[in-house]
Design a protein around this ligand. Structure first.
Ligand SMILES: [Zn+2]
Length: 377
C-alpha cells in the first residue's frame, strides 16, 4: 500500500474511558452487552438511513456501518475471541452513551435529532475502526538509504532461516518462474526472492514516523488482542519469505495465515479465489525452525520465526475486509489479473496471457512490431 502521512487523532477520553469501563464491567455479560449494542444498531435499519454508505468509500460498493460492525462480530466469533466481539459491543454502546450525554465524541456532529446524531456517529466509528485496523499495513514514509541496507541484511537472514524455501509453495526461493505460487499473470511478476513484511509499521516508536499510531494501537490491543509492546519493522519476526506474487497477494489480503493447534503450523486462508486464478495454495504451511545446537553458532535472529500475533492481526483484518466487502474499496487489489484457472483446462490460454503481460513478453511484442515496421519502411 502507498505511503500515508495522515495520523488520526486519538479518540476523545470520554469515549475511551466509557469503552474501557464497559469492557471490564463484570455485571454485564458478553451477550447482554451485545444485545444492548444491537438495539443501538437498529437505528441503522430505518428506511431513511439504511442505504447510507460510509462517507470515505465508493458508494457503489454499498458499504454501510452495519456491514462493518457485523463483519467485526463475525471475525471475533470465527477466531473464538469473545473479547473481540465484546470490544465491538462496547464501542457501539460507548459511542451511543457519549453522544447522548456530553460533547465527548471526537468528531463534529451535524445532525439535529438524537437518532440522526447516533446514525452519524456510528458511521464515523465504523470508518475509524477500519482505519485503525488498516494502519499497520500502510507505510508512512518511503525507504531511506539506511533502510535499504537493513532490508538487504534482513533478507539474507530470512533466506537462511527458511532454508531458502518459499513459505507458500515450498520451492526454492531462487526458482521464481518455477515456483508454484508464480504461475499466474501479474504485472509485478519477477523471479526475485522476497522477504515480505507483515506489518509495514513498527510498534510504539514515538520518534519514528513509520510507527503504528496511538489510536490504531488502542484498537489493535483490544480488538485483536495484540500484546506486542515493541516491534522493529526490519526484524525476522515481522518477515515472511515468499516469491514476489505470493507476497503481493498477501499484502492485498487475498490470502492469510491462521494458526492451528500445532506449533508453528498455519492454515492458509484464501479470501478471494477469483483474484487468484492459477495460483496454487497448500492447505497448511509449517515453519521449520533450526535446531539449536551450541556448536552450530547460529545467530539468534535466524531462530526467530514470524510473530503469531502479527499474523493474527493480518488474518483478522483480512477477514473483516472480506466479510464487510471493503477490500476493493480500501486495498484495490486490481494489479492481480483475473485469468482462466491453470488447473481447469485454461492452462494454454493462461500461460499465453501470462506471457503477454509479463515484461519480457511485452518487450518481445514491441520488438516484433518494430521489426515489422522496419520491413515496411
Ligand atoms: Zn512460492
Amino acid at each position: 500500500m502507498a505511503p500515508s502521512t495522515v495520523t488520526p487523532q486519538m479518540y476523545h477520553s470520554a469515549f475511551t474511558t466509557t469503552l474501557d469501563t464497559l469492557l471490564h464491567d463484570r455485571t454485564q455479560s458478553n451477550s447482554a452487552l451485545r444485545e444492548r449494542a444491537q438495539l443501538h444498531l437498529a437505528v441503522l435499519d430505518r428506511p431513511q438511513v439504511a442505504s447510507y454508505t460510509l462517507p470515505d468509500l465508493d458508494p457503489c460498493l454499498e458499504i454501510t456501518a452495519k456491514r462493518v460492525f457485523i463483519a467485526m462480530y463475525q471475525v471475533g466469533d470465527e477466531f473464538h475471541k469473545p473479547a473481540s466481539a465484546r470490544f465491538v459491543s462496547a464501542g457501539i454502546c460507548a459511542c451511543a452513551e457519549v453522544i447522548a450525554t456530553s460533547s465527548g465524541w471526537h468528531h463534529e456532529l451535524h445532525a439535529l435529532t438524537s437518532d440522526e446524531r447516533l446514525v452519524e456517529a456510528l458511521n464515523q466509528l465504523a470508518m475509524d475502526l477500519l482505519t485503525d485496523l488498516r494502519c499497520p499495513f500502510i507505510r508512512s514514509r518511503k525507504f531511506r538509504p539506511e533502510d535499504e541496507a537493513q532490508w538487504l541484511e534482513l533478507q539474507r537472514v530470512v533466506v537462511k532461516r527458511d532454508h531458502h524455501l518459499c513459505l507458500l509453495c515450498g520451492r526454492l526461493i531462487w526458482d521464481g518462474p518455477a515456483g508454484d505460487c508464480v504461475k499466474y499473470a501479474c504485472h509485478a511478476r519477477t523471479d526475485r526472492p522476497c522477504g515480505g513484511r507483515i506489518f509495514q509499521r513498527s510498534i510504539l516508536e514515538p520518534d519514528e514516523p513509520n510507527t503504528v499510531h496511538e489510536r490504531s494501537y488502542f484498537t489493535l490491543r483490544r480488538y485483536c488482542g495484540l500484546n506486542e509492546t515493541s516491534l522493529d519493522v526490519f526484524s525476522p519476526r515481522n518477515t515472511l519469505l515468499l516469491h514476489d506474487p505470493a507476497l503481493k497477494a498477501f499484502s492485498h489480503f487475498l490470502w492469510s495465515l491462521k494458526a492451528t493447534a500445532k506449533a508453528d503450523q498455519y492454515r492458509v486462508v484464501v479470501f478471494a479465489p477469483d483474484h487468484n486464478l492459477g495460483m496454487k495454495y497448500p492447505s497448511v504451511v509449517t515453519f521449520k525452525p533450526h535446531n539449536k545446537h551450541p556448536e552450530d553458532h547460529l545467530p539468534e535472529e535466524i531462530l526467530e520465526l514470524p510473530s503469531p500475533e502479527l499474523l493474527l492481526v493480518h488474518a483478522m483484518f483480512g477477514s473483516v475486509l472480506e466479510y464487510s466487502g471493503c477490500r476493493n474499496a480500501l486495498i484495490r487489489p486490481n494489479v492481480i489479473l483475473n485469468l482462466p484457472n491453470c488447473d481447469s483446462g485454461g492452462t494454454a490460454l493462461a500461460q499465453r496471457l501470462s506471457h503477454m503481460w509479463s515484461i519480457a513478453g511485452l518487450r518481445q511484442h514491441v520488438m516484433k512490431f518494430a521489426r515489422k515496421l522496419g520491413r515496411l519502411s
